[in-house]
Design a protein around this ligand. Structure first.
Ligand SMILES: [Zn+2]
Length: 104
């Protein structure tokens, strides 16, 4: 009798546009395209087309190089870029294990 219960929580999965890894939505940061701007959506509730990125710089750098604009089907303006770069600079530089960080 084995008691290996596979965790069957229904977790929405999203793809990080930086590295294409698929992860539970809540361990990624949502970026949303609104009519005004492309911005970080920390509430995950803003209306608009969204894309997801890890909270690590390497993914943001890749995202800012084009993957993000592509996912959002738009072009980043200088202001968008500025805003996103600013957010990126607040992120840890090292890769972190998301499973262990326990975002809630
Ligand atoms: Zn990533």
């Amino acid at each position: 009798m084995s008691k290996k219960t596979a965790r069957r929580k229904h977790v929405p999965q999203r793809t990080c546009v930086g590295c294409r890894e698929v992860l539970p939505k809540r361990s990624l940061i949502r970026i949303v395209r609104t009519p005004e701007a492309v911005q970080v959506d920390l509430t995950s509730k803003m209306a608009g087309r969204g894309a997801y990125l890890h909270d690590r710089r390497s993914c943001w750098e890749r995202g800012l190089k084009g993957a993000l604009a592509h996912a959002l089907k738009t072009e980043l303006t200088d202001r968008d870029r500025e805003r996103l770069t600013e957010f990126m600079s607040s992120l840890p530089e090292d890769e972190t294990t998301h499973e262990e960080r326990g975002y809630a």
